[in-house]
Design a protein around this ligand. Structure first.
Ligand SMILES: Cc1ncc(CO)c(N)n1
Length: 236
């Protein structure tokens, strides 16, 4: 399975994050190979699938922001609360920025996004993050939201390396540029430092559950590409 070698990561991966990644390595590598991701990078992805993805993703990011907000209430240190409040805010702001652009190009509005039905995979991923934020220990809650930014940042940087420069004519240039933006490296340092600290404060059982929650989210990340690729519908 293809995975960006650790040496090329421009942010620090502390031991617990490394253990999470190793526990999820097959599912992690699979996202890099998904036909949706390959077509997105090559610029051959059809607009209908991308539109489907973007609309589902806007709703996903609302749940990600909710999970971060819930995590903020569970942190003890004000600095940690602030960081997760900022992460929630960033998810909502980023969503609006990308959507202002792609909504205009692909012909959908924020009202359209609010009206779509969530796919089974999207709903399941959202419910996993929210349930873990509410019922899990703090390290578990953070582990469940970590693959979301981490996988996209690695994917963005990996694709940017592969493509060299991203030409303005690339249909998904904005998407590729956003996730390969080096500003995310600081974000990752901050997130993984917190994951590490919360892991150190937890017991073995909580750490094991956190690794499992991380792995589940990595699997759902692959399933998120898949639901967009097949334009998933409820079977009944
Ligand atoms: C499903 C999903 N995972 C991760 C990200 C990165 O923010 C995103 N936008 N959507």
């Amino acid at each position: 399975m293809q995975e960006a070698p650790a040496a090329t990561r421009p942010f620090t991966v502390p031991p617990f994050a490394q253990a999470c990644l190793e526990a999820a390595s097959d599912a992690w590598g699979a996202s890099f190979q998904h036909p949706f991701v390959r077509a997105l990078a090559e610029g051959t992805l059809d607009a209908e699938r991308f539109r489907f993805y973007q609309m589902q993703d806007a709703r996903y990011l609302e749940a990600f922001a909710d999970a971060c907000s819930l995590i903020a209430t569970r942190c003890v240190r004000p600095d940690d609360k602030l960081w997760f409040i900022d992460a929630a805010r960033l998810a909502l702001v980023v969503e609006r920025e990308l959507h202002a652009g792609y909504g205009k190009k692909l012909g959908y509005t924020l009202e359209d996004v609010a009206r779509i039905e969530l796919t089974p995979n999207n709903r399941a991923y959202q419910d996993h993050m929210i349930a873990t934020a509410v019922r899990g220990t703090l390290v578990e809650a953070v582990a469940a939201i970590t693959p979301c930014p981490w996988l996209y940042v690695e994917l963005g940087q990996h694709l940017a390396r592969e493509l060299g420069t991203i030409p303005d004519t690339h249909p998904y240039a904005d998407w590729l540029r956003m996730y390969s933006n080096p500003e995310f490296n600081t974000y990752m340092d901050n997130l993984l430092e917190r994951l590490e600290r919360f892991a150190r404060e937890a017991d073995d059982a909580a750490r094991a559950r956190a690794k499992e929650a991380f792995r589940t989210s990595v699997r759902y990340e692959w399933m998120f590409w898949q639901q967009a690729w097949e334009q998933q519908r409820w079977p009944v």
